[in-house]
Design a protein around this ligand. Sequence first.
Ligand code: OGA
Ligand code: MN
Length: 210
Amino acid sequence: MRAMHMPSDHPLLLRIVDDLAVRGWSQQNIFLPQALTLELAAECRKRAAEGELAPAAVGRGPAQEIREGIRGDHIQWLEPGQADCCDTYLGLMDSLREALNRGLFLGLEDFESHFALYPPGAFYLKHLDRFRDDDRRMVSAVIYLNPDWLPEEGGQLRMYLDDAVEYDVEPVAGRLVVFLSGEVPHEVLPATRERLSLTGWFRRRGSEPF
Ligand code: OGA
Ligand code: MN
């Protein structure tokens, strides 16, 4: 997949900005082109097969621990320059970062992201994407990489919206979900099949807490 640019005033990006301003979250079912989604899924599987994904930790800094009773996914952080498909994804996310800055004045300075693989039965209990001692994460963005996902296979992202409304999203290939990191509690329900995604966070500048 060659480099792909999306202007920051692309209608798809403006829709996401508008959704975030109005209700704090957005779902776009056709965000990534199918070819790119398939390449990213293959890249994630290849890294998993090569043993590059590791059990995800909970917390940050010296307090980090692996706790499968809280989250059971395996992850690998992305670095630029490792694979064309990942660089294309990072470029699209940078266009989204610009659109968010223009529309919402969030002052987002960087983006951190990782592949995540949930083996069958793995889950991530209800949480917010913000650490008690580090509030740099402003906006969360999850892209799903699973072709032909069926609702009965589980693995939904469950968001807890205002007025105790629960909203479930199936992790279908090409779909993007974006939400305000500090405001939308959410969880990942267990699935009967392997569940792949790319999860990332737009961050504002902050002083290192340690
Ligand atoms: C996370 C997370 C949601 C998902 O990694 O923090 O909540 O649907 N992921 O994978
Ligand atoms: Mn989360």
